[in-house]
Design a protein around this ligand. Structure first.
Ligand SMILES: *[C@@H]1O[C@H](CO)[C@@H](O)[C@H](O)[C@H]1NC(C)=O
Ligand SMILES: *[C@@H]1O[C@H](CO)[C@@H](O)[C@H](O)[C@H]1NC(C)=O
Ligand SMILES: *[C@@H]1O[C@H](CO)[C@@H](O)[C@H](O)[C@H]1NC(C)=O
Ligand SMILES: *[C@@H]1O[C@H](CO)[C@@H](O)[C@H](O)[C@H]1NC(C)=O
Ligand SMILES: *[C@@H]1O[C@H](CO)[C@@H](O)[C@H](O)[C@H]1NC(C)=O
Length: 218
């Protein structure tokens, strides 16, 4: 869930006491990676145990169409000790070195066949051999970002288009309201003037300047 920091270790310890599972395998916040064929990728994994480890067994396994193929395995005597790791794949290197509980591996020159699910597995004898694991997914692509970019562009243009549409609609609405209000104003003016005329004609407002000259002219 979280990286192997002191704060996370503390939080995890509290959780630990609440749950029975002490060991936690962690493949990162985003447990997947998209990489181009031929490139080198790191498959990240760290472990976390609040009760401490002793002879922690771990391995990396690849789900080869339903069959779990072991990539590497080792037993970590205690925290901070660089373990001797047996690697079964020639393109794999153990790079975590158990530094800060890091048991990540490096996979070089990836092929399309390397794409799939990798399980980081751990078992701490201190926990009576309970199994723990986390899955990391590797997606091997021919070219990176092309699909992503089109998708992003599509989303961006779609969002932009939607915003433009909404703004256009709002402008149109405001314009219509403006025109309507102007028309209404005009109507009101008409009503006021006509009623004003009515009043003067009826002689109810009397003392206005306008009606006076008319009699003089007459
Ligand atoms: C990736 O795969 C394509 C198609 O098989 C191939 O043409 C290309 O050379 C490969 N790239 C690398 C770096 O291996
Ligand atoms: C996976 O296994 C199934 C049946 O066992 C088979 O039909 C399929 O072709 C296999 N796929 C790959 C990628 O090997
Ligand atoms: C990866 O490929 C390069 C070039 O083909 C080669 O020199 C290198 O030894 C390969 N690395 C591994 C670990 O196989
Ligand atoms: C684990 O070790 C590798 C290699 O040194 C490093 O690149 C990676 O960032 C480390 N991961 C964590 C979570 O510390
Ligand atoms: C733990 O995993 C091992 C394989 O590594 C398996 O034989 C065993 O049955 C598992 N134990 C539990 C409790 O799932």
């Amino acid at each position: 869930m979280c990286r192997a920091s002191i704060r996370c270790a503390f939080v995890s310890c509290i959780l630990c006491r609440l749950e029975t599972g002490a060991l936690e395998m962690n493949v990162g916040k985003i447990p997947s990676l998209e990489a181009v064929n031929g490139s080198t990728v790191m498959l990240p994994c760290t472990y976390l145990s609040c009760i401490g480890i002793k002879n922690l067994y771990f391995n990396w396994q690849f789900n080869d169409n339903g069959t779990m193929r072991k990539v590497c395995e080792s037993v970590i005597p205690s925290e901070g000790v660089v373990p001797h790791v047996t690697v079964f794949w020639d393109r794999v290197e153990f790079v975590g070195k158990n530094y800060e509980n890091n048991i990540s591996i490096l996979l070089s020159n990836i092929t399309f066949e390397d794409g799939g699910q990798y399980t980081c597995f751990g078992r701490n004898p201190k926990e009576k051999g309970k199994n723990h694991s986390a899955i990391f997914t590797l997606i091997v692509v021919y070219k990176l970002r092309v699909v992503d970019n089109t998708l992003t562009t599509m989303i961006a243009s779609a969002v932009g288009g939607a915003i433009a549409l909404i703004m256009g609609f709002m402008l149109l609405k405001n314009f219509t309201l403006f025109v309507l209000s102007k028309l209404e104003e005009k109507n009101k003016e008409c009503l006021v003037t006509s009623s004003g005329i009515d009043n003067t004609e009826n002689g109810l407002t009397g003392s206005k300047a306008a009606p006076k000259p008319t009699p003089k002219k007459k």
